[in-house]
Each structure stands twice: as structure tokens, then as C-alpha cells.
Write a protein that binds this ligand. Sequence first.
Ligand SMILES: Cc1ncc(C[n+]2csc(CCOP(=O)(O)OP(=O)(O)O)c2C)c(N)n1
Length: 477
Amino acid sequence: MSAEDTISEIQTEELQTELLSEEKPRCIEEDYELIYKKPHTLLDVSMHYCPGCAHSLVHKLIMEVVEEMDIQDKTVGVAPVGCAVFAYDYMDIDMQEAAHGRATAVATGIKRLMPDKYVFTYQGDGDLAAIGIAETIHSINRGENILIVFINNAVYGMTSGQMAPTTLVGMKTTTSPYGRNTDICGFPIKVSELIASLPGAFYVTRQAVNNHTGVRKTKKAIQNAFTYQKLKKGTCFIEIIGNCPSNWKMTPIEANKFIDDAMIKTFPLGDIKLPKGEDLKLLTQEKHKMTEELIIAGFGGQGVLSMGMTLAYAGMIENKEISWMPSYGPEMRGGTANCIAIISDKKISSPIISTFDSAIILNQPSMEKFESKVKPGGLLLYESTNILKLSNRKDIEIIGIPAVEEALKLESSKVLNMIILGAYLVRKPVVRTESIMQALTEVLPERYHHMLDINRRALEKGAELVEKKMIEASEVF
Ligand SMILES: Cc1ncc(C[n+]2csc(CCOP(=O)(O)OP(=O)(O)O)c2C)c(N)n1
């Protein structure tokens, strides 16, 4: 071992000791817990799953969401037979075993008796798409307010890899040793597409957990589904393309590659049915009842700082915890300016942050500086008349609003920032528009109070532009 190695080893050790030390500042401790600790709702026992199997990962994602939503004592899982038959050994929540294929019927009973519980089923494709297809369709058709988690690994895993309704054309299984032949076995059933047409299906999505983007999206889908259940919206259905390295006779890495190369060709990933209109607004509001860390950046004079301040005042009006921290570039007038605004239902541990849930970007230099600082899954809202070189990140939501153009139509370039703010509040309804209006009376000097009405129209215009985009995006059917 070289001297350099020794030093780095000592440094690593010191770092580890420091990280594990009891005396960490509180906010760091919370971040540490969030990132590295497995959820307490997932029991600390070895799982029986084969190496590389997706079941364990999906168990962890569901339990993370249960923990983050603080609903451990209110959640009931229903697992029938299949590889996940022992899920009750791993998930530290109330669980009910169901007979093969009957999970949604059992879940119906539980939910109807205890409507305030969060009820989900956890089913394989043999279970849900073969023996249980009738129960599944009828439960969804009745719009039972439950979440169905459907793990599609294209085989009967537990019983040693027989052909399932979702087995791919030509795929070899123990009961189709020459490959699935459509002449005698028909085609793979696309359950998500099939059930999306039922009025009781509120949210239908297909995800995969074979890479980090898929894992993140799957977790988000689970978060969405539990939120929709809280709002009593009907059945949510999350199909997760799983793998089965043992029965597919592949290594875990090959199995994950097979998902990309073959499975998603038959089962394309993405949202198949999404909430629309008023529902969408309500749901977005519910989901954002937490902490929002936002950076607003642009040129001095574009209303960057006052946008943040208005938002912070509105937060105060709604009795939220807030922080607003302006930062001016050295050039002052005409130079870059930004502010960090934090709005939260909880106490804010520090006003200084380096990554953000959302970024509102009004000029090109700020785009270059801050686009990489948006957290995965976050929002990047930008002024599209000014900014031509865009971010090519795929892991965040990016929305461009031609606020300069729209402000000119309203005959006041000054309200550009309110158009952007109106757009932002649709995606992140951290405060109500009425509170923004009230805040404006504090933030705007009296000599500008005659402009309150045009500011309201600007907020509405921004909202309208984003809503239009959202409805366009959700019109799958
Ligand atoms: C009524 C009944 N029929 C058949 C079985 C045998 N059986 C147990 S698990 C299983 C298939 C499970 O496959 P799947 O639902 O795809 O889940 P996976 O094991 O792949 O996770 C079958 C047929 C049973 N337990 N009960």
C-alpha cells in the first residue's frame, strides 16, 4: 500500500467517523437519514428473493413512501401467492394474505370496511393477469379506492418460470420451451392499456426499476397513487416491469438489459392515464404540502427579487415557515441577481442551500449556472423568449413560458415576473393566488398599487399557459 493510499484511507476513516458521530448538526443528520438509511418500515431481515430480483427493490420503494408519508399505521398491504408471498415478513405494516388472484377482491373488503386506511395489493403477472384477471377488471371497474401494484416479470416466477399471460412473443419458458407461439398461445396481454379504458381507473402508469431513472419514477408513481387514494379518487394501477434472472436464465445485469432490449418494446413505459383539469390542480396542491426550495435567477430589473419576496410574504400570510435570501451580482444594475426562497410546513433548518426543488430562470447566464442544481424530479421553469440554449436534462420537468411576449400583450413589461409566478404556482401551488395578491399590497410601493389589477391578470395568464401545456400532455386518450 502506498503512502498516498494510507493517507486517503485514514481520511476516509476520519470522514466516516465524523459522519457517524452523534454530534452532527441536526440538518445534516436528517439528510443522512434520508439518503442512506433504509426505511424503518422495511424489516431488518434477509429476504428470500434471488439475487438481482426486482421484488426487493419495489418493497423498499413502497416502504420508503409509507415512511415519508408517515402512514405506517394506516397502511394495509394485500399479497397473494407468487414470489412475493412472504412480503409480510419484510414490510412492517398490516398485511393480509389472499388466495391466488383474489387480492383486489380482498383489498376491496378491507378498504370498504376501513376507508381511511391506505390499501394496496402487490401482485405478479401470473396472479393478476391470469387467474385474477376477472377480479382485477371488476375491482377497477367499480373504481375501488385502492392501489394495485402489478409486478410484470413475464413468467410465473415462484413455480419455476411457466408461461404467463404477459410472456413475450417467442420467449422461452418452461411451458413454452420453443418460445411463445401466438398461433396457440395468443399475444402478451397489455393489462395497463386494457384497464385504462375503465372509468374507475384514475391513474395508470407503467414503470421499470432496472435503472436509477426508473427507480425514481416508480417511487414518484407510488407517492402519486397514495396521494390520490387519500383524496378518494378511485383505482390507481402501477405496472412495474420486473425481472426474473433465475427463470430467465440470465445474470441480474443481463436481466436488466433484457428489460430495455425486449420487455419495454412490448410494454412501453410511461403514464397511460393521468388526472386532468380540476383533479390535477387538487392533486398538485396536495402533493406540494411540504417543503419547497426554490431559486429565482435572472437580470436585475426583471423582478427576480420581488418575485421571491412576494412569494415569501404570501407564505407568511398563510402562516408557513419561510426564508428569502437575495444575492446580487457584482455588476448591480443590469447584472445577474438571484434569490433563494424556501416555503415549508416545517421549520427551516438553513436558508443556504445549493440544490433546489425548483428553479425559475429568466436569463441565459442563470440557466447555465443553475440548471444542474435542480434536484432530480424537480421543476425548471424558464422564460422562453430570452433563453434559447436549453437544458437537456431528462430527469426534471422543464417548462418554458414566453413571459416577455405575454407581458407586452398585457402592455406592461413590468408584470413579466407575475406571469412566471402564476405559471409556477400551477405546478407548485405552495401558496394561493389570493395570498399573492395580498402580499403584493405589501411588496409593491403605494405608487404602483394602481397596477394590482394588471398583476392579477398576469398571474392568471401564466397559470393559463401552464394549464394548457399540462392538459395537452395528459391527453393520452
Ligand atoms: C389456486 C392456486 N393455483 C396455483 C397455485 C400455484 N402458484 C403459486 S405461485 C404461482 C404463480 C405466481 O406467479 P406470478 O403471479 O407471476 O408471481 P411471481 O412468482 O412471478 O412473482 C402459482 C401458479 C396456487 N398457489 N394456488
